[in-house]
Ligand binder design. Structure first.
Ligand code: UD1
Length: 486
């Protein structure tokens, strides 16, 4: 069994329950005629370049928000279905452009993918290629993860370089060195990474220490090692909850993995893995973003399902700023930032992003927006990605006072007694989390904020404006695309 994350010593933190393993083969939506499944080749729909979010700021939020399944878990687990013969049924998959792109990556290999709302069913029996469509791989970072399962199960993989947010150079050298340690010959040819099992059969277990605990490299190597001959020990691995979720899925499928959530993974390779049914964990980054939405608007909202232990860093910072946790159960949290409850206004704080259990880089831009509304000066240091400050230029257009020097930002909060220092303006999202920081700033701004480039935000937030509207925000989408979610 994989090790569980140790909860911090607070009654507010609970770890998620392990899912009961099931070996039952899933059925392809037996209750639905095939024609009712939602089509996912909607890449034919124009991307909607004029789509905008219009936010009339200043509304208080209240009520409850349902958190979707984790995007990043879903991407790696969709890739992992390639390790398994037969069919896997994944539930709680967020219906997002990124998960649909990942479905296209799998389909380009010959896998069958059907989805209905948040259930994705993947059958890999018809895999006929080891070279996924480069355009799809080039759109998302997770597309590259298929290199591990493909070379491990089929002895060969030819995968284009990955895409994802433009937040600095995102090399794949750790993936390559790790696959070599498992006996693969790996070369970069014609802009693609080509990997072959050296003995012409499959990978062999080995020892490998990652230079940096890369999430994607850890996940890719864990998938590859699950089908390699013998034992693999991976050290200095990523400890992110999404890595644990992937390990649980693989174990459901018959893999033998010890140590998920710790710094070292021990994997006993199996000859084959079988498909299984699995439910994706809630998205901690979406949950954190909504907590920051409550904080920036000085509101009180509840969220579920969430695993508070996965957000302990953010929760501790928000408590230090003066927010209150009104209620916290195993998978539900109510957060209040209403000034009446704690007297004075919220106080700024410093953060430095780090791999889990450190402060998540994927919440850095949203936190920066919130800090601009707090008292005092705050420092935000980005240590995971080399260029994750692109959003500052746009945040400044909304009045936020942020100075950047390299990977560090100095945020000047509001002056005591003054109202929100943020005002509405026209801004453009250039990446996913930076885009969400603009949404949060827009919620707190005086006047109207118009955000373009929202296809970036749609990559990671399911039904964003609907969820915000339910909480009472004044948000609408201009020129909406046809809604593909039932
Ligand atoms: C994943 C997440 C992303 C999150 C990030 C860090 C997915 C699909 N994306 O991205 O949302 O922001 O983890 O929590 O799960 N690096 C190398 N060489 C490599 C691999 C990585 O130098 O071979 C460096 C990167 O350039 C970066 C750092 O390691 O500076 C962290 O990247 P990594 O953990 O790999 O992030 P991703 O898996 O790409």
């Amino acid at each position: 069994m994989a090790s569980r994350l140790k909860p911090p010593n607070s009654r507010y933190f609970f770890s998620p329950p392990l899912q009961k393993p099931t070996n039952k083969p899933p059925h392809l939506f037996p209750h639905l005629p095939k024609s009712l499944s939602i089509p996912h080749n909607d890449t034919k729909i124009p991307p909607g370049p004029t789509e905008k979010l219009i936010i009339n700021g200043g509304s208080k939020l209240s009520g409850h928000v349902n958190i979707s399944g984790s995007k990043n878990s879903a991407l790696s687990i969709l890739a992992a279905t390639l390790c398994c013969s037969g069919t896997s049924k994944l539930t709680n998959v967020p219906y997002l452009s990124d998960t649909r792109t990942m479905a296209s990556v799998l389909e380009s290999l010959g896998a069958e993918v059907e989805f209905c709302g948040n259930e994705f069913v993947v059958s890999t029996d018809g895999i006929s290629s080891v070279e996924p469509d480069s355009d799809s791989v080039g759109k998302i970072r997770g597309g590259f993860f298929v290199i591990g399962p493909l070379v491990a199960r089929f002895g060969e993989a030819i995968v284009g370089l990955p895409g994802g947010c433009d937040i600095g150079s995102r090399p794949v050298d750790i993936y390559i060195r790790g696959l070599r340690a498992l006996g693969a010959i790996v070369e970069l040819r014609d802009g693609k990474v080509q990997a072959y099992a050296a003995n012409g059969k499959g990978l062999v277990g080995g020892r490998f220490q990652l230079d940096f605990p890369s999430v994607g490299a850890t996940e890719t190597l864990m998938m590859a090692a699950s089908l390699a001959k013998g034992q693999t020990v991976l050290s200095n691995v990523a400890q992110e909850p999404e890595v644990i979720d992937l390990a649980h899925f693989l174990m459901n499928c018959g893999a033998s993995i010890r140590g998920a959530g710790s710094k070292e993974l021990h994997i006993n390779g199996k000859d084959r893995l079988h498909g299984s049914c699995y439910s994706i964990i809630p998205d901690r980054i979406e949950a954190g973003s909504f907590m920051l939405a409550a904080a920036i608007t000085r509101s009180c909202i509840s969220l579920s399902p969430i695993f508070p232990s996965y957000l302990s860093c953010l929760i501790e910072k928000l408590l230090g700023a003066g927010c209150k946790i009104v209620q916290c159960t195993r998978d539900n949290l109510e957060l209040s930032a209403i000034p009446g409850i704690f007297g004075d206004d919220l106080q700024g704080f410093d953060i430095k992003t780090r791999p889990f259990p450190g402060f998540p880089t994927d919440l850095q831009p949203q936190t920066m927006a919130f800090l601009s509304t707090c008292n005092g000066k705050s420092i935000v240091e980005e240590s995971v990605f080399e260029n994750r400050m692109n959003h500052v230029k746009e945040l400044r257009k909304l009045g936020l006072r942020i100075q950047v020097c390299g990977s560090t930002a100095l945020i000047s909060g509001k002056e005591r007694g003054r109202g929100s220092p943020i005002y509405g303006s026209r801004v453009a999202a250039t990446n996913l989390r930076g885009g969400m920081s603009l949404v949060l700033a827009g919620l707190a701004a005086e006047g109207i904020t118009e955000i373009s480039g929202i296809s970036h935000i749609d990559r990671g937030y399911e039904n964003l404006e609907k969820k915000l509207q339910i909480l009472g925000a004044n948000v609408k989408r201009l020129n909406p695309r046809p809604n593909l979610v039932q």
